[in-house]
Design a protein around this ligand. Structure first.
Ligand code: N01
Length: 558
């Protein structure tokens, strides 16, 4: 018979139906979380709604889908052999290549044996007396675990606007975030793309090259920079691989978690307008977005400097697009550059010089309904065979709100977040003990190289659970006051920048009725990492820890 009374969580035999950790999601976050926790000796299972690994890269298979961070950076850093052996074919990897990579990682580290696919978690409930999370999914018995990690992604709940008449459409329609796996043959078709965010900007040149005619419905013009994508420069790859550990360490000292772009020290206001323009030209020629975002320490603070950059890009649009009216319509004029996700493209603006592409001003003449034959705006009906909705996601909170998460006293996360997400460090939520979020709201998340931030969070979470095991701690949750201070801090930092000036998904503006709260933490990944490490080193400052010596929790782990 096992004496479990002195066992710390995660140690020794456990009842066969009780896991140490349940992880929701087998994207880049869930996979690395599984790897780390398994290595630390915990019994972990992952549940994934999709039929394979990859998360965002599993679902987003629209034409032109590609990462806008360079491949040498956008990859796991946790295993040097992995980063040495994998060869990226291009400067920016396509979705199929990234999905191959994620599958390779899953196989290489034998991760699949602990993942259950095609399983969407519906509810997650914390039982305070037993300190156990119980998760449910259709067709499975309840899943019980001491800790729960939500690796559900920031952009995993696609949003199709509630257009009147959509069900009457006689053609085919798709949302880019759940694009058919077998692809869609658009040759000879009349196609509509609704939306002009990062997704549409990648997709539009590809569709235009295939379709008979493409109508783009643009409500808000976005800033986009050239990617200057190219086959991988072998010399650059060799140099990178020779210094990978140093590169990764350097990335951790930057704002966005990308090496080569150190924390900016110069104010844009210290240089002449001519020099500013010359710098922006050099960055335009180099390709990529991170250079623009990190060129000056006040690029996203000083309206004056920001406007020079914005006007520089508008000038490029006017130079590129032949029809002056179309060019003008493509020039963003309602938000500072970089305050919305800065897009990266290959031939986006050039596409509007094609005879088979028409830009529809969906701001002046909004879409009022979908008809059996196409899309009706306040101005006209546009007949199409296919509609591609590139209309975005219920970002950062959508996937968590889709799961009915409840905890002590029956409090539900959905209710707690009614006025906007409340977290401590974007990692945990007061009232929801032993539940961790990977890249949750209130952390740098989408304002950083995602794999960098995923690794930082999964490392922090694994270290925390190991600390609990070593110290006989059965439960951890943020103090309400620490959580409130963090939320205020996240907002204060954002309010010191130009970010809140845009109606972006960063503030939930794309979802009708969603509270307007700036969700990512934009002080930079290095500042954030330092805070997380300091808090852990101080014995998890701001967290409430329950130990086995507390009789109320002595049964945990038994
Ligand atoms: O979504 P979005 P996305 N009528 O929300 C329009 C990541 N990503 O899928 O701005 C007409 O940015 C909406 O118009 P408006 C990246 O983080 C990464 O493009 O609300 N239009 C907007 O133009 C990105 O930011 C990569 O006025 C309507 C568009 O739909 C995030 O995903 C690649 C409408 C939605 O744009 C989301 O990008 C691609 C309506 N009723 C994406 N409703 C990488 O490279 C919405 N719109 C890693």
């Amino acid at each position: 018979m096992n004496d479990t009374s002195k066992r710390s969580p995660g140690e020794g035999p456990i009842p066969s139906d009780l896991l140490d950790v349940v992880v929701v999601g087998a994207g880049l976050g869930g996979l690395y979380m599984l790897y780390r926790l398994r290595k630390a000796g915990f019994r972990v299972k992952v549940f994934e709604a999709g039929g394979g690994v990859g998360g965002t890269w599993y679902w987003n298979r629209y034409p032109g889908a590609r990462c806008d961070i360079e491949s040498m950076e956008y990859s796991y850093s946790f295993d040097d052999e992995l980063q040495q052996e994998w060869e990226w074919p291009e400067r920016y990897a396509t979705q199929p290549v990234i999905l191959d990579y994620v599958n390779h990682v899953a196989d290489r580290f034998d991760l699949r044996r602990d993942i259950t696919f095609n399983t969407r978690i519906k509810t997650a409930t914390f039982e305070p007396s037993a300190e156990v999370w119980t998760l449910t999914a259709d067709g499975l018995p309840p899943i019980r675990a001491r800790w729960c990690v939500m690796a559900t992604g920031n952009l995993s709940t696609p949003q199709t606007p509630d257009f009147k008449g959509l069900e009457s459409f006689e053609g085919d329609w798709y949302h880019t975030g759940i694009w058919p796996h077998e692809g869609v043959d658009l040759s000879g078709k009349r196609v509509a793309v609704v939306g002009t965010g990062s997704t549409a900007i990648q997709m539009i040149p590809k569709i235009a090259a295939q379709a008979d005619h493409l109508h783009v419905f643009q409500r808000t013009a976005n800033f986009s920079l050239p990617a200057r994508n190219a086959p991988m420069d072998k010399e650059r790859e060799r140099a990178f691989k020779a210094t990978y550990p140093e590169r990764r360490a350097e990335a951790r000292r930057t704002s966005f978690g990308v090496s080569g772009y150190p924390l900016p020290t110069q104010s844009a206001l210290e240089v002449s307008k001519e020099e500013l323009v010359a710098r922006f030209q050099a960055l335009w020629d180099e390709g990529g977005t991170i250079g623009f975002l990190t060129c000056f320490n006040d690029f996203l603070v000083s309206e004056e400097a920001n406007e020079v950059a914005a006007e520089f890009v508008r000038g490029k649009i006017r130079e590129t697009v032949n029809d002056p009216e179309v060019a003008q319509l493509l020039c963003p004029n309602d938000h500072p550059i970089g305050s919305k996700r800065l897009c990266l493209d290959t031939g986006y603006y050039e596409t509007y010089n094609r005879d088979n592409v028409t830009l529809v001003n969906a701001r002046a003449t909004p879409i009022i309904e979908i008809t059996p034959k196409g899309i009706r705006t306040t101005d006209a009906e546009v007949e199409v065979d296919v509609i591609a909705f590139a209309t975005g996601f219920d970002a950062m909170t959508g996937a968590l709100r889709e799961i009915d998460i409840s905890a002590a006293g029956g409090e539900r996360l959905r209710d707690k977040w009614e006025g906007g997400p409340l977290t401590y460090l974007g990692l945990m939520v007061n009232g929801f003990p032993n539940m961790f979020l990977i890249t949750g709201p209130g952390s740098p998340s989408v304002k950083s190289q995602m794999i960098h931030s995923i690794e930082q969070h999964a490392d922090w979470i694994s270290d925390c659970i190991e600390y609990m095991r070593e110290n006989y701690i059965t439960a951890i949750e943020p103090e309400a006051e620490a959580e409130m201070r963090w939320v205020l801090h996240v907002n204060e930092v954002a309010d010191g920048t130009l970010y809140p000036r845009a109606n972006s998904w960063y503030v939930g503006a794309n979802i009708p009725g969603k509270p307007r709260v700036f969700m990512p933490y934009v002080a930079g990944t290095s500042v954030y990492r330092e805070k997380c490490d300091r808090i852990a080193a101080a014995g998890y400052e701001g967290f409430k820890l329950t130990t086995e010596s507390n009789p109320a929790s002595a049964v945990a782990g038994s």
